[in-house]
Design a protein around this ligand. Structure first.
Ligand code: ADP
Ligand code: MG
Length: 322
């Protein structure tokens, strides 16, 4: 496992639009770092550059202090897990996982041991002799993960690995991947557009925007104290307040008697375990409040809304920033 330092990485495919525009990122040894961002923001490009599949225009990447930018993919020990699994249909489960080790010319005995260890780690050892084409999506992704683990990568790269799986399976696989990263003390970079995935699994995470990474922090830091409004809004809803700042819907309290400003209740959306209240303030802005439970409240009535100043975050400056 390596400590990874990325400095001033830039990449443009067509010579004009910078997909990556000076990305700086440090991944500590044994750390699981997440990069979040909308589709097309350059997440896969960054992973491909780290794996050595795409060359950057400029910038440096080091693993444990050693510059790896001119090394070919097979010398980097960066293993990638793809969204679409990318298994070889003509090879069985064992041979898919063994592939990288055969490339490294490991002995037969060593290959057998490492492949079975990796398959055990992802709870797929009983499928070793089976065909990958007979497996479910979740099982195929476990095999793809085992293939990456088998080579004992210095850096594990995960490119939206759970995006093709249904919601229940995604929850299970999140816990599995987190467990494996912790058990094996993997240094890993995981990219996704799913904020829940990032917030629930990451040691640290950041949001990519216009080729840059403005803030990398713990899930609590970036969610509760985002440094810019893009990060704030990518991670969850933000209300613009009369004072100019922003606040998350779950940080507002509704009261009949006191609070920082008044708002008229427009409507309620009930979700069983929680509900959302839509208010209107005198400027005409709408404010969303999220609560556990769903107490009785009257639409059309004026209430007070209150919040703790510690949870004010950067509000969107104007609508065209969205
Ligand atoms: P993400 O993984 O965040 O969705 P990508 O890194 O795949 O984003 O793509 C970032 C941008 O670069 C997109 O606008 C995409 O169209 C463009 N792009 C990606 N790969 C290539 C390529 N091989 N040639 C030209 N443009 C590309
Ligand atoms: Mg991508």
């Amino acid at each position: 496992m390596a400590e990874v330092i990325i400095e001033k990485l830039t990449k443009s495919y067509d010579g004009s639009v910078k997909v990556l525009d000076g990305v700086d990122l440090r991944i500590n040894q044994g750390e699981l770092v997440f990069l979040l961002g909308p589709s097309g923001c350059g997440k896969s490009t960054l992973l491909r550059i780290l794996a050595g599949l795409v060359a950057p225009d400029s910038g440096t990447i080091s693993f444990d202090g050693k510059n790896i930018i001119s090394l070919p993919p097979e010398k980097r020990r960066a293993a990638m897990v793809f969204q679409n699994y990318a298994l070889w249909p003509h090879l069985n489960v064992f041979e898919n996982v063994a592939f990288g080790l055969r490339m490294e010319k490991c002995s037969r005995q060593e290959i057998g041991k490492k492949v079975m260890e990796a398959l055990e780690q992802v709870r797929m050892s009983s499928f070793a002799k089976g065909s990958v084409t007979q497996l479910s999506g979740g099982q195929q992704q476990r095999v793809a993960l085992a293939r990456a683990l088998a080579v004992e990568p210095a850096l594990l790269l995960l490119d939206e690995p759970l995006s093709n799986l249904d919601a229940n399976l995604r929850d299970t696989m999140r816990r599995e991947i987190k467990r494996i990263c912790t058990e094996r003390k993997l240094t890993a970079l995981y990219v996704t557009h799913d904020r829940r995935e990032a917030l629930s699994m990451a040691d640290r995470a950041g949001v990519m925007h216009k080729g840059k990474l403005s803030q990398i922090g713990t899930p609590d830091e970036i969610y509760n104290h985002p440094s810019d409004s893009f990060t704030a809004r990518f991670l969850g809803d933000v209300n613009r307040l009369p004072c100019g700042g922003g606040i998350r819907p779950e940080r507002l309290r509704i009261s009949e008697t006191q609070g920082k400003f008044r708002a008229r209740l427009l409507e309620r959306s009930f979700f069983g375990d929680s509900c959302e209240w839509l208010f209107e303030i005198s400027s005409g802005e709408k404010v969303l409040v999220r609560e556990l439970g769903a107490p009785e409240r009257s639409a059309g009535k004026e209430y007070f809304l209150d919040y703790d100043e510690a949870f004010l975050i950067p509000a969107p400056e104007s609508d065209d920033e969205k």
